[in-house]
Design a protein. Structure first.
Length: 376
């Protein structure tokens, strides 16, 4: 219809169709990831990408084949199906043993009325080898300089073999064989370019999001990230009575460090302190979050922790930092911290009320001689 009515070659419409399929995938996947983040569903984006991508492509392959299943032209949509296989094997972050594909291939052969043909079995085995080869070169060469050429080499070789099986089964002409093989190569190039473009765009978004939520000097989360997290945790406490404790600390006499040794030394102190604190948190619970909320001031949120349950971690941090020496040029700078800790309670009408109570405890530690912990 596209050629007879609009004078547009079927190949051109095929290109737009393929790109449209992957654009729809990208849009729906972004919608799903936004939903999982909004609803706090505990599934990482890579896992969601793998499962949703495979399911999406299976629906695409089976649905597009429905119109020609069991006919003498059931090979017509094979390039679309091979592009779907390429997408799953190379561009999705999945690693599956080759034999796990056999049940899917068998179901497809039954669906396509082709299980009784020996050529179909040869095609199926070649298809599994194609998936396996793409998966292997993705893991080994994708970040290398020759990644595109490795990808194209596998696509060209296996594409030719897979279309040769179609010659044997359907007795298509050699001119059709060469035409479809070249079309497949063009589709593979377009797919690589399109996915690479999307990946670069996603990488930029990730970097921008990280810059917006992380402190560039210490690599900890910043005040903006703290604000977003404390609001969610505060709401969770009010709705579900989930406990929450906060620790706030700052580095004693930090202005003196900057004035005496210079701001570069001060930066090294901040970096060293956050590195040590993060190491303590990682050893205990990765759900505990560290934020740089001011110049030398830091907050730590303990989700699902009552006050007494944080004591061990708080004292580990306190002991690790106090009397620590940071080297800057030929100088050794002794470090200590003052700490305030409190658990959220019913008197806190907002996250700011909770913050101010912990801040008051920190102030008492500093007023009473520094290098101490105040808890209420």
């Amino acid at each position: 219809m596209t050629w007879s009515t609009w004078q547009i070659a079927p190949f051109v419409t095929s290109v737009f169709f393929v790109l449209g399929v992957f654009t729809l995938y990208s849009v729906t996947f972004n919608w799903l990831t936004s939903g999982t983040h909004t609803w706090n569903i505990s599934i990482d984006d890579d896992t969601l990408n793998s499962w949703y991508g495979v399911l999406y492509m299976l629906v695409f392959v089976f649905s597009i084949q429905t119109s020609v299943v069991g006919t003498s032209v059931s090979w017509e949509f094979m390039n679309f199906q091979l592009i779907a296989v390429t997408f799953c094997a190379y561009f999705l972050n999945i690693h599956v043993p080759y034999y796990s594909l056999l049940p899917i291939v068998l179901v497809y052969m039954v669906f396509n009325h082709s299980i009784g043909y020996w050529q179909s079995w040869g095609h199926a085995i070649t298809l599994i080898m194609f998936f396996w080869a793409l998966n292997k070169i993705r893991m080994k060469y994708r970040d290398g300089h020759n990644a595109f050429f490795q990808y194209m080499l596998v696509g060209i070789v296996f594409g030719g073999i897979l279309w040769f099986w179609m010659v044997l089964k359907f007795h298509i002409t050699w001119s059709t064989f060469w035409q479809e093989w070249i079309y497949l190569i063009i589709f593979e190039i377009l797919l690589y370019m399109y996915i690479s473009m999307l990946s670069q765009d996603s990488a930029v978004k990730i970097r921008l999001a990280r810059l917006a939520s992380h402190d560039t000097l210490t690599n900890t989360e910043n005040f903006s990230a703290y604000t977003g997290d404390i609001e969610k945790l505060f709401d969770n406490n009010r709705k579900n009575n989930v406990p929450l404790t906060m620790m706030m600390f700052d580095i004693d006499h930090f202005k003196w460090v900057n004035d005496t040794y210079g701001h570069l030394a001060g930066d090294r102190v901040l970096q060293h302190v956050t590195k040590v604190v993060q190491a303590v948190l990682d050893e205990n619970d990765t759900n505990i979050s560290l934020y740089r909320t001011g110049g030398e001031e830091f907050n730590i949120l303990f989700p699902n922790y009552k006050l007494e349950e944080t004591e061990r971690v708080v004292y580990q941090i306190f002991s690790a930092i106090n009397h620590m020496e940071v080297k800057s040029d030929n100088n050794k700078i002794n470090i200590s911290i003052s700490v305030g800790v409190s658990e959220i309670n019913d008197d806190d009408k907002s996250p700011l009320d909770f913050y101010n109570r912990v801040d008051q405890n920190l102030y008492r530690s500093k007023r009473n001689g520094r290098m101490r912990i105040t808890v209420d």
